[in-house]
Design a protein around this ligand. Structure first.
Ligand code: HEC
Length: 152
């Protein structure tokens, strides 16, 4: 029995490795015409997970800057950026992916929106954060899938 459990653990580790195999590293993301065409994780996003990334302070914290009528039950909606209502009408998924991955590539250097899948986050970054992105490739795909559902 012990041996079987070991094999299951090995199989799970291999599967977890495979999940990362199709992933694009932040420095390899290709921006073309203000869009990123390929999925960053190599797979599809989950809009339910994406809604969580959007509102969670520990993840995207997007609600801190963007109001969103789809999340009426949340108390605080920021107004630094435009409201997210109809974002899925205004932008193609490839454009939403570019905005979330690195807003500077779309709106220019002066934007206050963070680059959520960028290692280009400026100087004086805490040592333990160098090379890390705010969101994982899959979390970006999830939030993009969620934004695509916001239609008016
Ligand atoms: C610090 C504030 C801030 C945060 C946090 C932030 N944004 Fe933004 N965002 C902006 C601003 C400001 C703009 C408008 C572009 C500009 O002028 O820089 C914008 C623009 C956008 C747009 C295009 C707006 C439109 O509909 O025309 C989308 C989509 C977007 N943000 C999604 C997100 C998502 C998703 C997150 C979380 C993962 C997020 N933003 C987090 C400030 C922010």
């Amino acid at each position: 029995m012990k041996r079987a459990t070991g094999l299951v653990t090995v199989a799970a580790a291999l599967l977890a490795g495979a999940a990362f195999a199709g992933e694009t590293a932040p420095q390899d993301v290709k921006f073309e015409d203000l869009a990123v065409n390929a999925s960053l994780s190599g797979g599809a996003g989950d809009p339910v997970e994406g809604a969580n990334v959007f509102k969670s302070r520990k993840l995207g914290n997007c609600l801190a800057c963007h109001a969103n009528s789809d999340m009426k039950s949340e108390l605080f909606h920021g107004t630094v950026g435009p409201a997210m209502d109809g974002a899925g009408d205004r932008w193609e998924p490839a454009q939403l992916r570019a905005i979330v991955a690195d807003a500077k590539e779309v709106f220019g250097e002066q934007t206050v929106m963070p680059g959520f899948y960028s290692v280009n986050v400026g100087e004086n970054v805490r040592e333990d954060l160098i090379g890390k992105t705010i969101l994982s490739a899959q979390q970006v795909e999830d939030v993009v899938a969620y934004l695509a559902t916001l239609k008016e």
